[in-house]
Design a protein around this ligand. Sequence first.
Ligand SMILES: C[S@@+](CC[C@H](N)C(=O)[O-])C[C@H]1O[C@@H](n2cnc3c(N)ncnc32)[C@H](O)[C@@H]1O
Length: 266
Amino acid sequence: MFEDFREKERIGWGSKADFYKDHTALITTQAIPTLLRAVRARAGASLLDICTGPGYAAGAAHAMCASSTGIDFAPEMVAMAARSFPDCRFQVGDALQLDFADDTFDAAVCPFGIFHVTDPQRAVSEGHRVIREGGRYAFSQWCSPAESDFFRIAMRSIAKHSDMSIADPAPDAFLYSDRDLCRKLMVDTGFADIEVHEVPSVYHAPPGDFFENIMRLTVRGAIIVDAQPDEVKLAIQEDMNNAASAYLTNDQIVIPVPSFVVSGVK
Ligand SMILES: C[S@@+](CC[C@H](N)C(=O)[O-])C[C@H]1O[C@@H](n2cnc3c(N)ncnc32)[C@H](O)[C@@H]1O
C-alpha cells in the first residue's frame, strides 16, 4: 500500500542527506535526550535506531556507552550516518520489515519515523519484535498543526494555494499526534508501562527565506509544492514568509514546533 508515496519519500530523503544537518536535524535532534531517557539507554546496552536518517540518535546513544545500530531505507542517509558516526553500525533496511532476529536489542528508538512510514502499526510491532523482554521502545512524533505554529504556517500556506490532488495517496502523518491513540497503539502491540513525554522543540533560524527552508526540511510538502505552476509556488512562498515574519525576535525567527515521545516496555 502507498507504494508511490513510499518510493518518493525514499528518494526524497536520500536527496536531502547532504544538507539534513543544517535544516531538519536542527529540530529533530531536540528530541534525542528525551528518547534516550525514555528507553533508559545505559552503559553496555544495545540500541537500535529505526529510521535513523543521518544517525544522530544512534550516535548520541553510543556516546552514552550503549552500542548502537541504525537502519534507514535511504542508502544516502545510511552512508552519511556511517561517515558521521564511524563507531556505530548502520545498514540499509526497512522499518516495516526489520532485518534482525526476535529479541536482539535491549532498546529501540524510532525518531520521527512514525510520521513517515506507510504502516505505523507495523513499524511499532517490528520495534517490539526485535527488543528483548524487559527492553524499552520509544518513538517521537510531531504535534498536529492545531498545537504547532510551525506546521500550521507550513500546511496552511501549501493547502491554501496548491492543487493537493497531485499528492500520492499517503497515510495521515498527524494521525499519531493524538497521544491517546499512541497509548492504544502501544498497548495493542503488547507494550506496558506506557510513558508520554512532551518535547518543547523550537525552529530557530536567522531571518531569511522561511519557505526555502521548509522546502529543504520536508519531503512530502516539497513534492506537492514542486509540482505546482510557478505563480502558485510564488504565492505559497509569499504567504509562508509573511506568516513566519511575525515570529521575528532579536534578529531570529523562532517558531514553536512541539513534539512528544511515547515509550513502553516489552
Ligand atoms: C524525518 S527523517 C528522521 C531522521 C532521524 N531519525 C531524525 O530524527 O533526524 C525520516 C527518516 O525516515 C526514513 N524512513 C521513512 N520510511 C522508512 C522505512 N519504511 N524504513 C526505513 N526508513 C524509513 C527516511 O529515509 C528518513 O531518513
